[in-house]
Design a protein around this ligand. Structure first.
Ligand SMILES: Nc1ncnc2c1ncn2[C@@H]1O[C@H](COP(=O)(O)OP(=O)(O)OP(=O)(O)O)[C@@H](O)[C@H]1O
Length: 953
């Protein structure tokens, strides 16, 4: 069939195909047609009319091409094929440039390739052509109009240069090749090297001390920095799971990339998990030349401080004025940054504290034109500005919206310290080795404290308060205990030694009052950095500042005057703690208002794309009472958690003794009532069970927060009444950010459940410490799902030791943890001793033949097991043989998966033999092994004799 006929017959298909793709796809087709001389200038203009619907333009193009005849139709089909193949040919180099043709002819002939090459460099080319006098400022602005994508801008630039003639075109080519061939000039006298040195000195000075010690001590970051667990989310063909990063530099490796087009790495972690410190460490490594040397420039930003930039800025002013100003050659250096964006890293810490919600509606492409700070940040993330530069964004998880996810290249999670990490931290913080060991022992023996300490900020508090913990034998159980401890610690150190025995909260009442007022004012308006004026309004004095809770804010601009210095709380959690103190000690807040803070209803939380606000919180008319309306949900939840702790029986007496707070008793009463109501309301919202299925509750992170509040109250009766009406058979708590501290709280509440339940905790960070915390509530479990939870042999051994005695316990799933043969003996024991156990799923761990042989000893005697999953381990032929032999004559197992276990013919033969004699096995999965065709005969023969098997993979 001729091309013209194809076009006629397939017209509607072509229209829908081209019109449903992107505009860029269509325009790339046009690029080919222009390059091959099929479309004239008039034709081109008629199919690129701005504002016209894409389908109309497509139809128009098809008409034009069809009218031009057979040859043009052939070209169109060829162009479509090129685009379909996503042709990545970029062979247009200075060598392939045809010297015999004029620059303009080359420009047309290689148009598709030039567009592809240029679209990342439009900005630097425009600046270059402007400086050379080939284009005007007006033309430059026109091309960069924010309605155009980078490729469209490249096309418009080509059209403009074409109109300017050969000389301008030649100049464009030369600059283009120069961009490609030019390596980054960092020889010793280059201005860029001088600037790099200055930037490194600035960053090194900013990042060498750990911020929380500012003023209180002089700890060098590199001396105390402790490895944090970093995980990257990976998608396998079966599921999404996480893998630990072996070193910090892996943050930029190809491992775990979810979107190749994007160039922003997202680092997520809960409050205090160590995101800012991780960034600070990265900056320090670069500034001292120890790592990340592939970046020539790093520009660090704090979203908290970016937020306070009121006036409009350009990318250039942001980099230079707000980070580090080049002493000379500013233009040249900036051009270099634009020309080599891949050599630049921009880090943005605390995106959750950036109050503007992310949107990709307003495009801003000019690196020199000013716009709002949020526009700069959002366009950097989208790649409209400095495309190909690497961006790192840190945030607490809930602040990330679907709109932003589109632009995320990779997600890394900061999980806090491992058990080893906690030990290491203590050793690094205490030069006295005896003291360090004392601290390690102390943490180990207090299991709640152990749970909390995997979060670095708690490790810091414990370390800071070592005297109180060791000498006075304080034994903190909850986070409020911790914060009261550090409050007393700081206050004690701000008064003469002989007065330290008195009630320091009473003694420093006014200081607490002032700081609490400042914290409260700030939280309500999402303000975390305070000016002198704000300090004055809250009556914060020099003496109050000297307690150490406020630290000097690291200035965004090094050129800011000393009088403009600002303060912030040591950490956001401290600000929330002071807000809780403000609400507890202040009689202006009526007890009934606590209702909005504690009771969860879905209406209470209104997601405002990025910044989540409690709309109904404190809406009463009084000024104080309306202030928290705009506070971020996470901070409010943290405040509520602290308030619950302050109102607990344990601390209540201390507060009553310390402050004249008449409404405190009622507040305690109401808080308890609202918490129970809140959790019960949550249970009530659970839909009833689908007939034939178990009644299941899929809890959201809010559930965990309510549970944590109850834990802070440390009242068993409260926990009991909270779950008294819980009648669910399966509790799903997947992806809820559950770490050891949350496990402690969960166990405190769930231990009062009356009926057997399946507890699904997949994709959290329970870890070995978390398992230990959970033990008190697990005996009620019928099934336990702990997939992807960083659990190793030591955690699972503790669990199984207990689990053999749990009457209801029948199933466990441990996919993607760190289990080795060390735990296999415990599973064997479980199988031997629990004759009602039905499902053991151990996929994607590190079990070898030895482990499989051990498990087989348990299988031999167990009469109840129905599901056994060992896929993704390394059991090999010997392991498969042992399992097969153990299953001879088995009358219970209906599902067995040994996928991906390096099983060859020997193992396969053994399994086939087992199959011959088995009468109950229904599904056997053996994919991704070394099983060959000859083995298939054995299976065929086995199937002939077997009557139960339904699926063999
Ligand atoms: N890797 C680490 N080594 C040593 N100390 C650490 C480490 N990470 C965090 N810390 C300690 O914990 C404190 C809190 O950590 P950081 O501010 O980095 O947490 P964050 O995740 O950024 O919290 P937020 O989201 O609330 O800002 C730090 O000030 C520091 O004292």
């Amino acid at each position: 069939m001729c091309a013209q006929e194809i076009l006629r017959r397939q017209r509607s298909h072509l229209v829908s195909k081209l019109a449903s793709g992107s505009m860029d796809n269509f325009e790339t087709v046009l690029d080919y047609l222009v390059a091959w001389d099929v479309l004239t200038r008039e034709d081109y203009e008629s199919v690129t009319i701005p504002g016209q619907a894409l389908c109309k333009l497509v139809r128009n193009l098809l008409d034009i091409i069809w009218n031009k005849g057979e040859k043009s139709c052939e070209f169109l089909i060829a162009a479509l094929q090129e685009v379909e193949r996503k042709s990545q040919r970029t062979e247009f180099t200075s060598q392939s440039y045809e010297a015999l043709s004029s620059p303009l002819e080359n420009l047309q002939k290689y148009r598709p390739l030039i567009v592809r090459k240029l679209h990342n460099h439009v900005q630097s080319l425009l600046i270059f052509l402007l400086n050379q006098g080939f284009i005007t400022k007006y033309e430059c602005d026109e091309i960069q109009l924010s309605i155009y994508t980078p490729s469209q801008q490249a096309r418009r630039l080509l059209d403009l240069i074409k109109a300017k003639g050969n000389e301008a075109t030649q100049c464009l080519f030369q600059h283009m090749w120069h961009l490609e061939n030019r390596s980054f000039p960092l020889h010793c006298d280059a201005p860029s090297l001088k600037y790099q040195r200055k930037l490194k000195t600035t960053i090194s000075a900013q990042s060498c001390l750990l911020s929380t010690y500012d003023g209180a001590g002089n700890l060098c970051l590199e001396d105390v920095y402790t490895e944090n667990i970093l995980e990257v989310v990976t998608n396998s063909s079966v599921t999404e799971y996480t893998r630990s990063l072996s070193e910090i530099a892996d943050i930029f490796s190809a491992n775990g990339i979810i979107n190749k087009e994007a160039d922003t790495v997202l680092i997520l972690g809960e409050a205090g998990s160590g995101k800012s410190t991780l960034l600070q460490h990265m900056h320090q490594l670069w500034a001292t030349g120890k790592s990340f040397n592939h970046f020539s420039f790093i520009f660090p930003f704090s979203c908290r401080r970016l937020h306070s930039i009121g006036k409009q800025v350009s990318l250039k002013t942001l980099l230079f004025e707000h980070c580090c100003w080049p002493d000379s050659h500013q233009e040249e250096i900036f051009l270099l940054i634009l020309e080599h964006p891949d050599k630049t890293l921009l880090t943005f810490d605390g995106f959750d504290e950036f109050r503007f919600k992310f949107n990709d509606e307003e495009r801003h492409c000019s690196p020199v034109d000013p716009t709002s700070i949020q526009n700069i940040l959002f366009n950097l993330i989208q790649g409209n500005l400095l495309k190909n530069s690497t961006k790192v964004l840190t945030s607490r998880p809930s602040a990330i919206t679907a709109a932003l996810w589109k632009y995320i290249q990779k997600e890394v999670t900061v999980k806090g310290f491992s058990q080893e990490g906690i030990k290491m931290y203590m050793k690094k913080h205490h030069n006295d080795l005896r003291l360090a060991q004392q601290m390690i022992d102390l943490v180990k023996t207090n299991s709640s404290l152990h749970g909390l300490c995997h979060i670095p900020v708690f490790c810091w508090i414990v370390s800071k308060c070592h005297k109180e913990l060791i000498l006075r034998r304080s034994s903190p159980q909850s986070i409020t205990d911790m914060y009261l401890l550090i409050l007393q610690h700081f206050l004690c150190h701000s008064i003469p030694e002989k007065q330290r025995e008195e009630n320091v909260l009473q003694k420093r009442y006014s200081t607490i009052k002032h700081l609490a007022k400042l914290a409260f004012n700030g939280l309500g308006s999402c303000c975390y950095v305070f000016s002198f004026q704000q300090l004055r309004e809250a009556e914060v004095s020099e003496e109050d500042i000297s307690t150490g809770f406020l630290i000097l804010s690291k200035s965004l601009s090094p050129y800011e005057s000393a009088s403009a210095q600002q303060y912030e709380f040591l950490h956001i959690t401290f600000q929330c703690f002071f807000v809780a103190l403000h609400i507890a000690m202040n009689d202006q807040f009526s007890p009934a208002m606590l209702c909005h803070l504690f009771s969860y209803t879905s209406k209470n939380t209104q997601r405002q794309a990025g910044n989540v606000c409690y709309q109904t919180c404190f809406q009463s008319p009084g000024k104080e009472e309306t202030l928290l309306q705009k506070a971020e949900l996470l901070n409010l939840q943290m405040t509520a958690t602290f308030l619950a702790g302050l109102l607990s029986q344990k601390h209540y007496a201390l507060l009553l003794e310390s402050w004249p707070a008449g409404k405190l008793p009622k507040k305690q009463q109401y808080a308890r009532k609202y918490l129970v109501q809140g959790i019960q309301k949550y249970f009530k919202s659970i839909p009833s069970a689908v007939p034939g299925e178990k009644k299941s509750m899929h809890a959201m992170p809010e559930f965990i927060w309510l549970v944590k509040c109850i834990y802070e109250m440390q009242d068993a009766n409260l926990a009991k009444s909270a779950v008294s009406k819980f009648d669910v058979e399966h509790l799903k708590l997947t992806y809820c950010g559950i770490g050891p501290a949350e496990c402690t709280a969960l166990a405190f509440v769930l231990r009062y459940l009356k009926n057997p339940v399946g507890l699904q905790l997949d994709h959290n960070s329970v870890g070995d410490i978390g398992i230990q915390q959970l033990l008190p509530c697990l005996n009620i479990c019928q099934a336990l799902y702990l997939r992807d939870n960083n659990i190793s042999d030591s955690g699972i051994c503790t669990l199984i030791d207990q689990a053999v005695h749990w009457q209801n316990f029948q199933k466990i799933a441990l996919f993607n943890n760190h289990l080795t043969d060390g735990s296999a003996y415990y599973f064997a024991n479980l199988l031997k001793h629990k004759q009602n156990f039905i499902a053991l799923r151990l996929g994607n761990n590190y079990i070898t033949a030895d482990g499989a042989e051990a498990i087989a000893t348990g299988l031999k005697v167990n009469k109840s097991i129905q599901f056994l999953g060992l896929w993704g381990n390394r059991i090999g032929d010997n392991g498969a043989q042992a399992i097969a032999e153990a299953l001879h004559g088995n009358r219970s197992l209906i599902w067995l998966s040994l996928v991906g276990n390096d099983i060859g013919s020997i193992g396969a033969q053994a399994l086939a033999l087992m199959l011959e004699r088995n009468t109950v096995l229904e599904e056997l999965c053996l994919e991704e092994n070394r099983i060959v065709d000859e083995d298939a005969f054995s299976f065929a023969r086995a199937l002939f004799k077997n009557s139960s098997l339904k699926v063999l993979k």
